[in-house]
Design a protein around this ligand. Structure first.
Ligand SMILES: C[S@@+](CC[C@H](N)C(=O)[O-])C[C@H]1O[C@@H](n2cnc3c(N)ncnc32)[C@H](O)[C@@H]1O
Length: 221
């Protein structure tokens, strides 16, 4: 049995069975291997833009005797996507890079599911999902080695109202409360020491705190 991080386990739990998956930026391919072992009817392509990670991925596939089951591909993002692929997984990259990968393609027409796990810039990722005609149906935060990651699933459609800052995160999840309380505390600390001349920055921090307080307050109701 393969061991993967808490973050990758959450990503895997968002991937539907009976799907044809591309794991973009697979690196070591541990997620692809885990998916193959834990889902019943899937086909998996593991891709990376760099040859070096793919060498390690190849070794890992051989270690788990999956070299004939998981296809390894060297390529940039979602270029030349096989027609049968219906599920895109992109994990462990910055939000801006994920957004770039999603928008740099005209080839999403066969895609039904998008599962993402950005390391940062969560609002940018949510905005991109909306722009490419998908809607977020599930979101969770995971704290792994003291860092918080977002994991989300999107399908075709439109979120009626989508707050890019909070998405559709569950306000009662401990990780969500922890994440936004940390931002609030950090901002409050900055506000105490920042010179008054930084008017715009002060205003933005205050606005962000107001938004978070409102959000956290409705949590406890
Ligand atoms: C930090 S690793 C993440 C590995 C794995 N997905 C995870 O979540 O643990 C990011 C990987 O994405 C790859 N990458 C970066 N830009 C890419 C792109 N445009 N297309 C495909 N892979 C890319 C890098 O080479 C690297 O191996």
């Amino acid at each position: 049995m393969i061991n993967i991080s808490k973050r990758l386990q959450l990503v895997a739990s968002f991937v539907p069975d009976n799907s044809n998956i591309i794991d973009v930026g697979c690196d070591h391919a541990l997620l692809s291997i885990y998916l193959y072992n834990n889902l019943k009817h899937v086909s998996i392509t593991a891709s990376d833009i760099n040859p070096n990670p793919l060498k390690i991925a190849k070794e890992n596939l051989e270690k788990y005797h999956l070299e004939k089951k998981i296809k390894l591909v060297l390529k940039d993002g979602l270029t030349d996507l096989d027609k049968n692929i219906d599920t895109v997984v992109i994990a462990g990259m910055g939000g801006i890079l994920i957004s770039k990968i999603l928008t740099n393609t005209e080839n999403l027409k066969n895609i039904k599911n998008i599962i993402l796990s950005p390391n940062n810039d969560f609002p940018i990722v949510r905005e991109t999902i909306k722009k490419i005609g998908f809607k977020i149906v599930k979101e969770k935060l995971v704290i792994d080695k003291e860092k918080t990651y977002l994991v989300l699933k999107a399908i075709r459609g439109k979120n009626k109202k989508l707050d890019y800052y909070f998405g559709i995160l569950n306000k009662t999840d401990l990780e969500v409360i922890y994440y936004y309380t940390n931002i609030l505390n950090k901002n409050t600390k900055i506000l105490k020491s920042i010179p008054k001349k930084y008017v715009k920055r002060i205003l933005l921090l205050k606005l962000e705190n107001k938004k978070i307080k409102r959000f956290l307050l409705t949590t406890s109701k």
